[in-house]
Design a protein around this ligand. Sequence first.
Ligand code: GDP
Ligand code: MG
Length: 194
Amino acid sequence: ASDLRPHAQSPASAHGNARKHGPFHKIVILGDGGVGKSALTMQFVCHEFLDYHDPTIEDSYQHQVHIDSRVAHLDILDTAGQPEFATIREQYMRTGEGYVICYSITDKRSFEEAIEYKKLINRYARVDHIPIVLVGNKSDLEHLRRVGVSDGEALSKEWACPFHETSAALRRNVDVVFHDLIREIRRKEHDENV
Ligand code: GDP
Ligand code: MG
């Protein structure tokens, strides 16, 4: 069920996790402009493919899903902009609980930018092992492929994180990205609480 509310106020978490604000898991979508961050977010939240979405729009979406028979409340920040403007981004680099780092399989440069985003997270997040999922989007554009599946796999192995090639256009592998990220976040929470 889709649940689009503008920044609902919620009671503080009983567990006192500094990165967690109320029951919402704060998820940040990062990646080069045009890779499909907004399209992925929209498909996940609204089941719609936006053929055009203003590349400068940065917005957050609240969404509730059942993952492994438990409810997860997500606060998803669909970012816009370049890693060079990292100072503006510091705030969410510090507060995100988990990150989806996206590139487009049709764009080698976006793959290299993904590596830059990971460095930013490492620099700002200041905790060990931040939950991340690596995403190679636009898998429907096989004829324009510039980044091999094995490149994504190798990078995710290096980062020790899940990896999926997705198509926001066809809604292929969209849900599993968010579900895997929640699983990573829950695993981390669990490890910290034992
Ligand atoms: P963002 O800047 O990362 O938020 O990228 P957008 O979500 O705005 O997408 C940029 C462009 O790529 C838009 O024209 C989208 O329609 C298109 N796009 C996004 N995802 C896909 C996909 O999976 N396949 C194809 N063919 N196009 C996509
Ligand atoms: Mg966008």
